[in-house]
Ligand binder design. Structure first.
Ligand SMILES: *Cc1c(COP(=O)(O)O)cnc(C)c1O
Length: 337
């Protein structure tokens, strides 16, 4: 029996058709800018999102790092959510490698950073302070799609106060599909956007950073410095293009399965469904039961991530079908302590 892996949507493996697209990719040396498949992916995503240019990079972490370092100089500051990926889960890279000071702020339950708090955190132009340059948002955040009017208000604040606005859009397409809008409707508010191809979209590797051409030119130089300049990367970009062609609209299936999983678990003794947003379901289980639950699920080949965040986050994706979702519910039902 195959494992049902609910830890993350990063675990998807390329399908036979995706591998076929990779096999036939036309390639060149991308450090020379000569890989036609990489160039096509970058331009296509830039056009889709209404931004000028794109840069294919090995990971979302590197994409965010290059964005932060392209927007900010040493001694600049960026405002970011306390639970945001760039601040919390990227090894402090912006501080380590970019000498960029984070100004973390508590996020509201819906993932927004309250704009009055953002405004209060902007430092005056005075040598005592770091120079506040950038606001960084994340969408989706823990599965939550940020409200459209919030994004417009954040843009207006940044314009008024002279900040740039970056989106960690690792799951931008989940947000767009959930809100029933084209991804560019979300992207239009931002100076730069980072998109992951290797999460729900199902590519094995890769993210793309998008923005104005001069920003992307800076990011390309930094990518080389960070060791992210890849050669015949078209093999990987072909998987990304395939994912954009075939795996965007179907994210709605993951969202529907997440909703049904949450429904199936509601009311079970010994656990509480505390949220379901796009492709994620969050449950809480009393701490003394956690290890027994994990052993029970492992025995049935259902893999959960325990201990990474409070409670348990389950993520639906391309490699979990209706039967897998159903088997997950049954396995929870058969857990007795
Ligand atoms: C996964 C993720 C990233 C990037 O992760 P990599 O593993 O480096 O590709 C960035 N931001 C968010 C919100 C993510 O979920």
């Amino acid at each position: 029996m195959d494992w049902i892996d609910l830890r993350s949507d990063t675990v998807t493996r390329p399908s036979p058709a995706m591998r076929e697209a990779m096999l036939h990719a036309e390639v060149g040396d991308d450090v020379y800018g000569e890989d036609p498949t990489v160039n096509a992916l970058q331009q296509r995503l830039a056009d889709d999102l209404g931004l000028e240019a794109g840069l294919f990079v090995p990971s979302g972490t590197q994409s965010n790092l290059l964005a932060l370092m392209s927007h900010c100089q040493r001694g600049d500051e960026y405002i970011v959510g306390m639970d945001a990926h760039t601040y919390k889960y990227e090894g402090g890279g912006a501080a380590v490698l970019g000498s960029i000071q984070p100004q973390p702020l508590p996020q509201a339950a819906d993932g927004t950073l309250p704009l009055d708090a953002v405004e209060r955190a902007i430092k005056p132009d005075d040598p005592h302070y770091a120079r506040t340059r950038l606001l960084c948002l994340e969408n989706t955040w823990h599965g939550r799609a940020l409200p459209q009017d919030y994004l417009a208000a954040a843009r207006a604040l940044c314009d008024r106060r002279g900040l740039a606005l970056h989106l960690d859009g690792a799951r931008l397409f989940n947000a767009a599909v959930a809100q029933g809008v084209p991804a560019r409707t979300i992207a239009q508010h931002f100076d730069s956007v980072s998109v992951c191809l290797s999460k729900g979209l199902g590519a094995p590797v890769g993210s793309v950073l998008l923005g104005k051409r001069d920003l992307i030119d800076k990011a390309r130089r930094l990518r080389k410095m960070a060791g992210g300049g890849m050669r015949q990367a078209g093999i990987l970009a072909a998987a990304g293009s395939y994912a954009l062609d075939h795996n965007v609209a179907r994210l709605a299936d993951d969202h529907a399965r997440a909703a049904r999983l949450a429904e199936g678990l509601r009311g079970l003794p010994g656990l509480e469904v505390v949220g379901q947003h796009t492709n994620m379901v969050f449950i809480e289980v009393p701490a003394p039961r956690l290890q027994a639950l994990k052993a029970h699920m492992d025995a049935a080949r259902v893999r959960l991530s325990i201990g990474y965040t409070p409670g348990i986050r389950m993520v639906l994706h391309l490699d979990i079908d209706d039967a897998g979702m159903q088997r997950t519910i049954e396995t929870f039902r058969s857990f007795k302590t």
